[in-house]
Design a protein. Sequence first.
Length: 266
Amino acid sequence: MTTPVALTIAGSDSSGGAGIQADLKTFAALGVYGASALTALTAQNTRGVSGVHLVPPEFVTAQIDAVFDDLDVVAVKIGMVAQTPIIEAIAASLSRWKPAHVVLDPVMVATSGDRLLPEDAVAALQRLLIPRASLITPNLPEAAALLGEAVAADAAAIEAQGLRLLALGCPAVLIKGGHGQGPESSDYLVTAQGSLKLTAPRMTAKNTHGTGCSLSSAVAAGLAKGEDLETAVRNAKAFISNAIAAADRFTVGHGHGPVHHLHRFY
């Protein structure tokens, strides 16, 4: 039996709730072997980010090459990319290794409000990584920032932004509705074939750290296991909804604690 393998290319969260740590927990929870290539180290806890140390681009490349040279990577999840030279290194690596699936989570701002992608790197993300992605997974503010527009306020505006994001070169966009209002949290999967609305009850859990990282890595895990895109997205939304619902079982830190990645097991 072939073991499904996914690679996460992202930053480290020293408190363990987001970034590489969240991705690897998600992969493991969903039965996928996880490998990693770090782009940055963050000094971070549930209350915020106090420092960032960037990994040299050539060492990002070395990590990616080492993984692909030995492991049969089916899906790649990309999170925090930190700066333009790292984006360039990742793009070159994707062109060289040509993974079957690439899920890009355009991480710009942490849950705490700390900015994780400089303004001058956004254009590089648009030009070099979005066209190489199978799916991008922006939340409502990130979708607006990528387009230079106001945050979409209703379903029609969200779907319209999704179509404009497709024009940047990716075949599918999942706009996450966690930052929206109302009793339901609706995500929109937009492709050239149409738009699919995925709805779940909006959770009131205090612990939501790592939600976006975990959703995108759950999609990558599904794709690594051979699921089609819609199935992978549906299963990922169910996984993260349950992880948020179980999150307040934790008492971790004094700010926004992590979601419960291993809710299925305890």
